[in-house]
Design a protein around this ligand. Structure first.
Ligand SMILES: NC(=O)c1ccc[n+]([C@@H]2O[C@H](COP(=O)([O-])OP(=O)(O)OC[C@H]3O[C@@H](n4cnc5c(N)ncnc54)[C@H](OP(=O)(O)O)[C@@H]3O)[C@@H](O)[C@H]2O)c1
Length: 247
């Protein structure tokens, strides 16, 4: 039986992962977090669809940028097989992604770094004990292709791109350190593809229909990738279709 923990299970992708995993008989428990969404909304989204297969979902309110909150959540988990971080932000009520450096805002930059990168470093600091007793442990964070430096041909989106590049570097460092300490654990950055969610809503108009995934489709593709991580080396940046993205 697989025990799963999802940080950010109240977002589009996190909710869909939670919902699909809750339908599987091989999953025993899902530890799921929300932050500013209400627990009721998150829990409703996660239990939509077919009846769950008796999977226990344990909800906690966690600010993923608060070290004490992340530490306390991780210490409450016991052993987990898959730890998946779905927390992220692209825009908020006052700022969107920058088309030009002229509109760069230090506060938005710091907020982006904090939400997109810090939670993974905090999980890295506290979660190895929860993972190391598993037979096939996985720590996956949802990154974004636009965080690839080599793949950047358009520019713009300074804060989001920089924070995802920082996230990617953090995951790479962690993969190297954990390979020495707990070589069973697979660490990965996952690119979900453009997915219909709150995060992408304002930026969907130029996305061809076939390239805009429902959150259920994305979740199912990401689960496939997570299941194959033990056939790969740790510390890779992997897209929803299995492509290895250059850092
Ligand atoms: N959607 C896409 O097209 C796309 C493409 C590439 C990469 N991604 C990445 O995929 C991940 C998930 O995105 P999504 O589309 O599902 O976005 P979303 O629907 O906006 O969900 C964002 C999630 O992050 C959580 N969150 C934000 N700040 C938090 C904090 N300080 N503490 C705890 N939780 C916090 C939110 O919790 P509350 O709502 O409870 O506050 C929510 O669960 C992100 O990392 C995003 O960058 C998405």
């Amino acid at each position: 039986m697989t025990a799963v923990a999802i940080l950010g299970a109240s977002g589009g992708i996190g909710t869909a992962l939670c919902k699909l995993l809750a339908q599987r008989p091989d999953i025993s428990v899902i530890h799921a977090t929300y932050h500013e969404s209400s627990q009721a909304t998150a829990a409703q989204g996660a239990s939509d669809g077919e009846a769950s297969a008796g999977v226990r979902i344990v909800w906690s309110r966690v600010n993923a940028t608060d070290e004490r909150a992340v530490c306390a959540w991780v210490e409450s988990l016991g052993t987990v097989d898959w730890l998946i971080n779905c927390v992220g932000m692209l825009h908020n009520s006052s700022h969107g992604p920058e088309k030009s450096i002229r509109v760069f805002d230090p506060e938005h930059f710091q907020r982006s770094m904090s939400v997109n990168c810090l939670p993974t470093l905090l999980l890295g600091k506290y979660a190895r004990n929860a993972l190391k007793a598993s037979q096939q442990p996985v720590f996956a964070t949802i990154s974004a292709r636009v965080g690839s430096i080599e793949d950047n041909h358009l520019g713009g989106w300074y804060s989001y791109r920089a924070s995802k590049a920082a996230l990617n570097m953090s995951l790479k460092c962690l993969a190297i350190e954990w390979f020495r300490l707990s070589p069973k654990i697979r660490v990965a950055a996952l690119h979900p593809g453009t997915t219909d969610s709150r995060l992408s809503k304002p930026f969907q108009q130029h996305v061809p229909k076939a390239q805009l995934f429902s959150s259920d489709k994305t979740a199912s593709l990401l689960i496939e990738q997570i299941e194959q991580l033990h056939d790969r080396a740790s510390g890779q940046f992997i897209a929803y279709d299995g492509e290895v993205i250059p850092w």
